[in-house]
Design a protein around this ligand. Structure first.
Ligand SMILES: [Zn+2]
Length: 489
């Protein structure tokens, strides 16, 4: 049995000004992987493809690796970049033929300059190569905007059940198992699908807290019903302004299409009736800082989700940083500000030097203003680490050339790359011990909870401006189907 594998992944924030280039795919560690390079880089990692590789050994099938890459979320993917990467993907698949099936590791919210549903496009082109009978099974992020075309072109879809995403390996393993069972004729998966006309703000998609925790309890109960193979409850990525944006349910059963559809309808209704619970209240930054200063107990986590690079934001927003400096907050860290120019200024000055740097606010005018700050350079680094927490464990992360710049009681991790600091190693690799800090500002909406929540004395989702600000009714949507909650009440 021979299975092709690969994936082109991106989570596209169509509100961000930053066009996603080939360099963005190449720069994010591990870059653009080709052929055996996929196996070499992802074996043993907590990724879906890592799970496909492990399953190939355990279940005894041969993997034909094609191409795998995952750029940091940002604005629209440049058309020529998607065209080149997808053409190479398809040509590698043609060269790998004959194969019995295709396992794809995808995200599910990629938008190019011309294609709203890039995954639908890619899966359809894979289908054209392998023909109508070979199974195509894809893993998807919990933030996938699952479209009718994706459902039609794929045999089965496996979305994550967790946010923070800590179940890549489980979903990848299940996908590989279903692939083998389907090829060997033990099951014939059929699909039920229902879009939910709701845009869910990311902080409310967290599966550690209600209502999503309760909704996933219903999903898992339904998965135990006779004949049910797998259920994906996708929260959707609301910052992709496309027709099919939003939450959805995909149900696979062993041959019973009516059962699959009725469960999809039931679960969609279970989300819809709780829609009021998906409204979100953010905390003013000053209030979160005042709370920490008053209690004196840290770490108090401030999640600056509006500037979350994991959702396509620039990661150079300064509103939270400015408030910390203004409050003269002691023992405080900001992870991270992506500002290659400021990093080079710190490198030019050298370790231990005092220097004045213009920090952040440079990508656009929607994430605070650039701050002129005088401080000292404590540490310079290559910014490389490996995740040690429960999310994407073992995956290498590259922040690029990195400096720790200290202004009063506030230390700022200045990086060259936009990285979501969801693993404590983002701080520890530059000598900052999170458990010693009073206040930690993180450019993350929810993922930080996997590693930081257990050590946090308090967590605040702070109200800052940005392209990932979960105040959806204040954003100018143009392409989404209407009516949809909460835009239309
Ligand atoms: Zn996600």
């Amino acid at each position: 049995m021979r299975i092709a594998t690969g994936g082109i992944s991106h989570e596209t924030n169509t509100f961000a000004d930053t066009l996603t280039t080939l360099e963005d795919f190449e720069r994010r560690v591990p870059g653009v992987l080709r052929g055996q390079g996929v196996i070499e880089a992802l074996t043993g990692t907590g990724s879906c493809t890592g799970a496909f590789i492990a399953a190939s050994e355990k279940l005894g099938f041969e993997l034909a690796p094609l191409l795998w890459t995952f750029a940091q979320p940002s604005g629209l993917v440049a058309q020529e970049v998607y065209d080149a990467l997808s053409a190479e993907f398809i040509s590698r698949l043609e060269d790998a033929m004959p194969v019995d099936g295709v396992l794809l590791g995808l995200h599910g919210a990629m938008v190019t300059e011309q294609i709203e549903d890039a995954e639908g496009d890619l899966i359809s082109r894979v289908r054209e190569v392998v023909g109508p009978d070979a199974p195509i099974i894809a893993t998807l992020d919990l933030h996938a905007n699952i479209t009718p075309l994706m459902v039609e072109a794929a045999t089965a879809l496996f979305g994550y059940d967790t946010y923070p995403h800590v179940d890549h390996v489980e979903r990848g393993t299940e996908a590989a198992q279903l692939m083998v069972d389907t090829i060997e004729g033990r099951v014939e998966p059929v699909t039920g699908y229902r879009q939910i006309d709701m845009l869910l703000p990311p902080p409310k998609q967290c599966t550690l807290i209600s209502p999503m925790r309760d909704i996933f309890a219903l999903v898992h109960a339904a998965e135990r019903r006779l004949g049910v193979l797998a259920i994906t409850m996708s929260g959707g990525f609301p910052f992709s302004d496309i027709h099919d944006v939003g939450a959805s349910v995909v149900v696979h059963t062993a041959g019973d299409a009516d059962l699959a559809q009725s469960i999809a309808d039931e679960l969609a209704e279970a989300v819809w009736v709780r829609k009021d619970e998906f409204s979100l209240q953010l905390t003013p930054v000053e209030d979160a800082i005042a709370y920490a200063l008053q209690t004196g107990e840290g770490p108090v986590i401030m999640a600056d989700g509006s500037d979350n690079p994991g959702g396509g934001a620039p990661c150079d927003g300064t509103v939270m940083l400015e408030a910390l400096i203004k409050a003269d907050a002691p023992r405080s860290s900001v992870a991270i500000i992506a500002d290659p120019e400021a990093v080079e200024g710190a490198f030019a000055a050298g370790v231990g030097s005092e220097v004045t740097l213009t920090v952040g606010g440079k990508t656009d005018d929607r994430h605070g203003r650039p701050l002129e700050l005088t401080g000292y350079v404590r540490l310079l680094s290559d910014g490389l680490y490996k995740n040690k927490g429960s999310m994407m464990t073992g995956m290498a992360v590259g922040m690029g050339r990195t400096a720790v710049f200290v202004v009063g009681g506030v230390e700022i991790i200045l990086t060259s790359n936009r990285i979501q600091p969801f693993d404590m190693e983002a701080l520890r690799c530059v000598g900052i011990e999170p458990t010693d800090r009073l206040l930690i500002g993180l450019k993350s909406a929810v993922h930080y909870r996997a590693d930081f929540q257990p050590i946090a004395k308090a967590i605040f989702e702070v109200d800052t401006p940005g392209v990932h600000r979960p105040a959806l009714t204040e954003m100018e949507f143009k392409r989404v189907r209407r009516p949809i909650w909460p835009l239309d009440g």
